[in-house]
Ligand binder design. Structure first.
Ligand code: SAH
Length: 236
């Protein structure tokens, strides 16, 4: 499958310039992964599906407003943040990770490809969620393969504007995780607005949970660095 075919398969207008950027970014990730640990996937075609295509599945026009702001939490090698930024050049994408080396790669690659709407920020999710500049500042927060729902919800939701969404990109166990996150989601004023279940080309099962934020999060969240992982709030 080519990037252009991929865009068509996902229902996006076929755009050769965007397809070329997606292809090139994917190739850069794979070339770099041979030197440093960026993604587990080492094959270009496999990465195009499992990283690039998978990243684009979270896109849904109704949640991504014109000129809005998106935060990608635990972006790693830039997934899903960079493919989404290529798709939507009008929006600003803030990519956060606690490992600087990964962000340096993402920044360099975006510069080479002329992707101007990506800003990389080196910080821990728990710090950013408490900062005035980034708290309740985003229309959408995405996170793929970062932590289980109770933890990632505590990290992600403080960044979301009231009325915005946290899009959690999960595998087949998503609803089980969702149950365990019931209590923290209530405390943070988030409710499940949509669940998308589908398969990637090749058959891997995916599930995306869109959680809508209905009111500001209590000031006590996120708790200090490391606490959500050490003492996750688990319960229905
Ligand atoms: N989203 C990417 C990477 C997933 S790996 C993808 O799907 O390919 C999880 C990433 O989360 C790692 O890059 C790790 O450095 C980052 N991470 C872990 N804990 C974090 C924290 N507290 N704050 C910010 N990033 C964190």
């Amino acid at each position: 499958m080519t990037a252009l075919e991929m865009m068509e398969a996902l229902g996006f207008p076929a755009d050769e310039e965007k397809a070329a950027k997606l292809t090139e970014y994917n190739a850069m990730v794979i070339a770099m992964s041979k030197k440093v640990n960026l993604t587990g996937i080492k094959d270009v075609d496999e990465s195009l599906i499992k990283n690039v295509y998978d990243s684009l599945t979270v896109y849904d026009a109704k949640y991504f407003p014109e000129k809005g702001k998106v935060l990608d939490l635990g972006t790693g090698a830039g997934f899903p943040g960079v493919p989404l930024a290529i798709l939507r050049p009008d929006m600003l994408f803030v990519l956060v990770d606690s490992i600087q080396k990964k962000l340096t790669f993402v920044e360099d690659a975006c510069k080479k490809l002329g992707i101007k709407n990506v800003k990389c920020v080196h910080m821990r999710a728990e710090e950013g969620g408490r900062r005035r500049k980034t708290r309740e500042a985003f229309d959408v927060v995405t996170a793929r393969a970062v932590k289980a729902m109770p933890i990632i919800s505590e990290w992600a939701l403080p960044f979301v504007k009231v009325g915005g969404v946290f899009a959690a990109m999960k595998g087949p166990g998503a609803m089980e995780e969702m149950k365990q996150a019931g209590k923290i989601l209530r405390e943070l004023h988030a409710e499940l607005s949509e669940k998308k279940e589908f398969e990637l080309p090749g058959g891997d099962k995916r599930c995306i949970l869109y959680l809508k934020k209905t009111a500001p999060c209590p000031k006590t969240y996120p708790r200090k660095v490391g606490i959500a992982e050490k003492k996750p709030i688990i319960g229905e």
